[in-house]
Design a protein around this ligand. Structure first.
Ligand SMILES: [Zn+2]
Length: 138
């Protein structure tokens, strides 16, 4: 298997079913009928792959995780100059939910505290009006 080009945008394969078991991920490929188990860095990369991301960005993020206080992560909302996180924008909000429907923590998403607070409030509002899941039935 060859590594993807550094600036190719990557996304989760749609035929993969994943669920987390105590911090480890167990995945199943419907196409090939195979099971995979991943943990540690793999789980972090999987979380990043919730939104399209380039291999270079993933590499940068893992580096930041290794060297504490090294490279700073960018808040997606700051980058887009977002003043309000819209609770009706379920497309965007879904990027910040795990497969289980949990809110992705700031240390993984790279959001700033201010926008993470807004995001959390927006997701909770979205849940109340049934735009977003509280949890996913398995
Ligand atoms: Zn921000």
């Amino acid at each position: 298997m060859s590594l993807p080009e550094t600036d190719t945008r990557l996304i989760r394969k749609p035929d993969l079913i994943a669920s987390d078991m105590d911090g480890d991920l167990v995945m199943m490929s419907i196409d090939r009928g195979e099971y995979y188990g991943i943990s540690g860095v793999g789980v972090r990369i999987w979380a990043l792959l919730a939104a399209p991301i380039s291999a270079a960005e993933i590499a940068a993020t893992n580096l930041a995780d290794r060297r504490r206080g090294g490279r700073k992560k960018i808040c997606k909302f700051c980058a887009e100059n977002t003043e309000f996180v819209d609770y009706k924008d379920s497309q965007t909000l879904r990027f910040f939910l795990t497969d289980r429907g949990k809110i992705v923590p700031r240390r993984i998403s790279g959001n700033c505290a201010r926008h993470q607070r807004m995001l959390t409030a927006a997701i909770k509002r979205g849940r109340m009006i049934a735009l977003l899941p509280f949890t996913t039935a398995t």
